[in-house]
Design a protein around this ligand. Structure first.
Ligand code: FCB
Length: 458
């Protein structure tokens, strides 16, 4: 039987986000996701986040679950409209929830990893991320959270997946606020990055020892025909707005010239002010990587419908029928994960001397209902084994990766898919009881030994 040993000190855990698990909606303000859930047809099963999996009331049990699995790290996000009131003052009850959560984690020996923004923007911030003032508001919010929790929380992620919060939300229309205007998406992307830069500056000044970073989602794009100049070019444009519009300002202090040129008239004039790129490019301490799949594209006809790839309306995704897929329909491509990590280390984080942390990786599987007996989610375990061996290969090839967090601890509200997609190591029954799956036991054993066992090759 072959095994792979992870380095000494490698850190293991799980990730969640506030809107997807907390519920407790009567005790917080509305976010743009509460509003989006009210739009008929926006959420596949017509559901919302008002109760979610009731983590707001059941967090002691969820922390206990993680402790029993021997997890080292828990990445969660703070709900901005829970901890701040519309006038900017602190909501003591809301902040008290996170204060208690962090205390409970620390008492259980679990390192809290706090994400400040996982998409639940307060509904009252006019213009959302298209408004430059939202970036300033974000930095103020970051400091209010730090004032309350900074003595115990030592790792801070400013933003989760700004691509989703900009292009998918303001150009593709798939996520809140559901707009379909490319110019809004470029503005949102810049203001998110600016918010990141302003928050890093403020947090750094207040707490020089804290570990600060942001999390980007990567879906590596490949040309269907590598010999076709048109396919190669469409992939360059997809990659430009999906990845390089974020990595380049953060690590190189500049927007890629081709991305701005491809945006054309959709790039709002006067968007970038003097000093913005200096703020955005200030050093960080860790890059969070979220990875699920990769995609193949060929250049087709420009499509009229809204797209989250506004500079590549001619991009046509090409299926690879030989690959297996998760319940999201996402192709399972662990080799692309390995190559991504090696490439990020080589091109961005390695030269800056900073580590990569896998802040999300996991699989939606159509698990049976927990009422029908123990959930033997071998497909999820297979996915995780494949992707963890990709991480191991990347480390062997020299990429500096020091953390792996499974998405997700528990089945939850999967955004526009509602509760129809299950990513958890732990299921939730009708009565909201927690029911660990086989993958939870498997992961716990991996965390205990630091050793991945690979299936025998046929
Ligand atoms: C990521 C999100 C996370 C979850 C997973 C499946 O894009 O950060 O909240 O929805 O996808």
């Amino acid at each position: 039987m072959s095994t792979l040993r992870f380095p000494q000190g490698f850190r293991w855990g799980t990730a969640t986000s506030s809107f997807q698990i907390e519920g407790g909606a009567d005790e917080r303000g509305d976010s743009i996701w509460d509003e989006f859930c009210r739009v008929p047809g926006a959420i596949a099963d017509g559901s919302d986040g008002r109760v979610a999996v009731d983590h707001y009331h059941r967090y002691p049990q969820d922390v206990e679950l993680m402790a029993s699995m021997g997890l080292d790290t828990y990445r969660f996000s703070v709900s901005w409209p829970r901890v701040l009131n519309p006038d900017g003052s602190v909501n003591r009850v809301g902040m008290g929830f996170y204060d208690a959560l962090v205390d409970t984690l620390c008492a259980a020996g679990i390192r809290p990893w706090l994400t400040l923004y996982h998409w639940d923007l307060p509904a009252w911030l006019s213009g959302g991320w298209t408004n430059r003032a939202t970036a300033d508001a974000f930095a103020d919010y970051a400091m209010r959270v730090h004032d309350a929790l900074g003595d115990r929380v030592r790792v801070w992620t400013t933003l989760n997946e700004p691509w989703c919060a900009s292009f998918l939300s303001y150009a593709g229309g798939h996520h809140a606020p559901g707009h379909t205007d490319p110019a809004e998406a470029y503005a949102a992307a810049h203001h998110l990055l600016l918010g990141h830069g302003l928050a890093v500056k403020a947090l750094r000044a207040a707490d020089p020892e804290a570990t600060l970073g942001l999390t980007l989602n990567f879906t590596p794009a490949y040309p269907a025909d590598p010999d076709s100049a048109a396919d190669v070019d469409v992939v360059r444009r997809v990659d430009g707005t999906a990845h390089r519009i974020f990595t380049d300002p953060v690590f190189r202090g500049e927007y890629p010239a081709d991305v701005i040129a491809d945006a054309g008239a959709a790039w709002p004039s006067g968007l970038v002010h003097d000093g913005d790129l200096e703020l955005i490019g200030a050093p960080i301490d860790v890059l969070g990587v979220n990875y699920y799949t990769s995609q193949l594209f060929h250049a087709g006809q420009p499509a009229p419908q809204p797209t989250p790839h506004p500079a590549a309306t001619d991009a046509v995704a090409v299926d690879r029928p030989e690959l297996s897929r998760t319940d999201m329909g996402w192709e399972v491509t662990p080799d692309a994960f390995r190559d991504l990590l090696i490439g990020l280390h080589r091109d961005y984080t390695g030269p800056a001397g900073i580590p990569l942390a896998i802040t999300e990786n996991g699989a939606a599987i159509d698990d049976p209902d927990p009422a029908s007996g123990p959930i033997d989610d071998t497909e999820r375990i297979d996915y995780l084994v494949g992707h963890l061996s990709a991480v191991h290969q990347a480390i062997e090839a020299g990429a500096q990766v020091d953390t792996y967090l499974v998405w997700s601890l528990i089945d939850n509200f999967e955004w526009a898919f509602g509760y129809t997609k299950r990513f958890g190591l732990v299921a939730v029954d009708e009565a909201l009881n927690r029911v660990p799956k086989a993958s939870a036991r498997w992961y716990s054993e991996l965390v205990r030994t630091g050793t991945l066992t690979l299936p025998e090759r046929a």
